[in-house]
Design a binder for this molecule. Structure first.
Ligand SMILES: *Cc1c(COP(=O)(O)O)cnc(C)c1O
Length: 402
C-alpha cells in the first residue's frame, strides 16, 4: 500500500508517483517470456521519459526506442549503450538523422522512401554507413482507439510491403546503408492477439522473401503496443504474445526487438490531486481539483478512462460526479459521472494508470507549472523532477524591442 497522504504532504500536489518495483516486475516478466530467442527490450521512452525512469530500465539491461533526437540524448544520458538505441518516427529532420548516424546507434527505423534517400545522402556526407530498419505497415486493423492505431494503410506510419521490398533492395545496393532490421508497430493499447500475430506473419514472410535475394536481416522488431488494464480490459497474456510472434519466425535466425512503453509504466504510475471544492450546477455535481488536463491529458484527448480513488475520511454513500480541473476548457476533466463519496477541501484523489503518456503529454497551458514527479521503491520515496515554478515558465521569453 502506498501512503498517498504522506507523499502529498511531503511533495505537495498535483503529483506524479511511480512505483519502480512494479516496473521491474513487468520488465522481467516480458523479458523472460522471450527467452527462447535472443531478444532486446527497447523501452519506448516517450511513454515516460523521466531520466530516473529511463535509468531504471537501463540498469536492467533495457535498450531504448526513441522518436526524437531529444529522446536519443536522454537514452545516452541514462546510460543506455549506443548498440541498444533505436530511432523511429515518421518525420526526422536532417540534423536528427546526422546526429543519430554520428552517435552510431543500433539502427534508424526508416518510414518512407524519401527518408531512405535523406539517410543515404547524410551518411554519404559523413562518409559513414548507416544501419537501417524499415517500418512496414502490414495493413492490419489493430482494433484499438483510432488515435493510437498505426498499422493501416490510411495512416501516416511506415510503408507497404511492396515499397519496403524495393527499399531493401536499394539499401542493400548502397555503400552507405546497411539494412539490418525490419519493424512494425500497429498501434497502442492492443488487447487482441490476432492482429499482432497476422502482422508478424506478413512481416516474417517479407523477411523470408528477402533471404531469397540474399538480403539477410538481423533484427525482427515487433514494436510495442501491448495493452494494459485501465478499467476491465482483458489483456493479452505475455507468454501468448511472445509465443505467437516467435512462432512466425521458424527457420529464421533473428534477434527479436520489442518496444514496450505503456506495458511497463502505465499501471506503475499514479497522479495525485487535491480536492479544492465541490459545486453543483443544475443537475450536475462537480468536484474541482488542483490537477488539470495540462498535467494528464488522456481523458481530454482520447476520452480515456482512469480509475479514481478517494483518500478521505468520508464513508458516506457514493454519488455521480464530474471530476474537473481549473483549466478554462470544457475538455478539462478526469472523469464524468463517476461514483465517488462526498469530498472535503484538501481530500485527495488518486488517479490510477497514469505512468504512461501522463507527465510526458503535459504542458504549461494556462501558465500552470508541470507537476513534481516522485519515484518509490522498497518503501522509500524520492523526488525525480521538481515542480515547475513560475520563473521556469517565463525563463525563455524575451522582450520585443524596436
Ligand atoms: C509509441 C511507440 C511504442 C510504444 O507503444 P506502447 O503502446 O506504449 O507500448 C513503440 N514503438 C513505436 C515505434 C512507437 O511509436
Amino acid at each position: 500500500m502506498i501512503d498517498f497522504r504522506e507523499l502529498a504532504d511531503k511533495y505537495k500536489t498535483p503529483l506524479y508517483v511511480y512505483d519502480l518495483d512494479y516496473m521491474t516486475e513487468r520488465y522481467n516478466e516480458l523479458k523472460e517470456s522471450f527467452k527462447a530467442r535472443k531478444s532486446i527490450l527497447c523501452y519506448a521512452v516517450k511513454a515516460n521519459s523521466n531520466l530516473s525512469i529511463v535509468r531504471h530500465f537501463a540498469k536492467m539491461g533495457s535498450g531504448a526506442d526513441c522518436v526524437s533526437i531529444g529522446e536519443v540524448r536522454r537514452a545516452f544520458l541514462a546510460g543506455i549503450p549506443s548498440y541498444k538505441i533505436i530511432f523511429s518516427g515518421v518525420g526526422k529532420s536532417d540534423d536528427e538523422i546526422r546526429e543519430a548516424i554520428e552517435k552510431d546507434i543500433l539502427y534508424i527505423n526508416v518510414e518512407s522512401e524519401a527518408e531512405l534517400g535523406r539517410v543515404e545522402l547524410i551518411a554519404k556526407e559523413l562518409n559513414k554507413v548507416s544501419r537501417i530498419s524499415i517500418r512496414v505497415n502490414p495493413n492490419i486493423d489493430p482494433k484499438t482507439h483510432p488515435y493510437i492505431s498505426t498499422g493501416l494503410h490510411d495512416n501516416k506510419f511506415g510503408v507497404d510491403i511492396t515499397t519496403a521490398k524495393r527499399m531493401y533492395i536499394k539499401a542493400n545496393n548502397s555503400e552507405f546503408l546497411d539494412p539490418v532490421g525490419i519493424h512494425f508497430h500497429i498501434g497502442s493499447q492492443l488487447t487482441e492477439l490476432k492482429p499482432i500475430y497476422e502482422s508478424a506473419e506478413i512481416v516474417s514472410d517479407l523477411v523470408r522473401s528477402l533471404v531469397h535475394i540474399n538480403i539477410e536481416l538481423k533484427f525482427f522488431d515487433v514494436g510495442g503496443g501491448l495493452g494494459v488494464t485501465y478499467k476491465d480490459e482483458k489483456t493479452i497474456p505475455t507468454y501468448e504474445y511472445t509465443q505467437a510472434i516467435l512462432g512466425t519466425l521458424k527457420g529464421l535466425d533473428l534477434t527479436v526487438i520489442c518496444e514496450p512503453g505503456r506495458f511497463l509504466t502505465a499501471n506503475a504510475g499514479y497522479f495525485v490531486t487535491k480536492v479544492l471544492y465541490e459545486k453543483q450546477n443544475g443537475e450536475k455535481k462537480f468536484v474541482v481539483v488542483d490537477g488539470a488536463m495540462n498535467d494528464l491529458l488522456r481523458p481530454a484527448l482520447y476520452g480515456a478512462y482512469h480509475k479514481i480513488e478517494a483518500v478521505t475520511n468520508n464513508k458516506t454513500d457514493k454519488r455521480k460526479v464530474d471530476i474537473v480541473g481549473p483549466v478554462c476548457e470544457s475538455g478539462d476533466f478526469f472523469a464524468k459521472d463517476y461514483d465517488l463519496v462526498e469530498l472535503n477541501h484538501n481530500d485527495l484523489l488518486v488517479i490510477h494508470s497514469a505512468g504512461a503518456y501522463g507527465f510526458g503529454m503535459g504542458s504549461n497551458y494556462n501558465t500552470r507549472g508541470r507537476s513534481a514527479e516522485v519515484a518509490i521503491s522498497n518503501g522509500k520515496s524520492k523526488l525525480i523532477r521538481k515542480r515547475e515554478t513560475f520563473e521556469d515558465l517565463v525563463a525563455n521569453e524575451l522582450e520585443f524591442m524596436e
